[in-house]
Ligand binder design. Structure first.
Ligand code: HEM
Length: 150
């Protein structure tokens, strides 16, 4: 159980911590220092690396979470915080799927073709969805930790 929790927490750390850094630190710094084409190229390169880690984190999060529920004896024996966590976690994964398939892949193509206007629109979409997912991630961690203590 301890190893599963460690894998679970490391996955959360990579995913939510990465979103925090991207949204709160890198985004304003990039706006301050780079022109739009350079900024779009930077985000394309950042996402192409970060999103590989997010896929790994999601798989590890799901496997460790579902296995912990199995060890608890199924959802009927899991606390209410686990039910809420599962629902919020699935919502976060769906939003991430949208970021990746409906926005990032287009951003990647537009940057390669130097269509800066369209690429900028996709980056704006990703920014909103990542902001929402970051808020959901922080909420999910709060539900998990406070729920465990109750
Ligand atoms: C998507 C499917 C998920 C499943 C099935 C799942 C399941 C679980 C389970 C069974 C536990 C152990 C609870 C306990 O011992 O009382 C746990 C702990 C935890 N989960 Fe999740 N979880 C999921 C997603 C998430 C997400 C998306 C986050 C955060 C963004 C998260 C954050 C945490 C945290 C912080 C803990 C507490 C670990 C500790 O302090 O021991 N989980 N999760």
């Amino acid at each position: 159980m301890m190893l599963l929790k460690l894998i679970h927490l490391l996955s959360v750390l990579i995913w939510v911590g990465g979103m925090f850094f991207a949204y709160v630190v890198l985004r304003p710094a990039a706006v301050e220092t780079l022109d739009p084409p350079q900024r779009l190229r930077l985000w394309d390169a950042v996402f192409s690396r970060f999103f590989n880690w997010v896929w790994v984190a999601i798989v590890a999060l799901l496997i460790s979470g579902v296995y912990m529920i199995y060890l608890y004896g199924g959802m009927a024996h899991a606390g209410r915080h686990v039910h809420i966590m599962l629902a919020l976690g699935l919502l976060m994964i769906a939003l991430y799927g949208h970021v990746f398939f409906a926005a990032y892949r287009k951003l990647n193509r537009h940057v390669a073709a130097q269509n800066w206007k369209e690429a900028g629109e996709m980056l704006g979409k990703i920014r909103k969805l990542v902001g929402l997912n970051l808020a959901l991630g922080l909420l999910t961690v709060s539900v998990a930790v406070i729920g465990m203590a109750l």
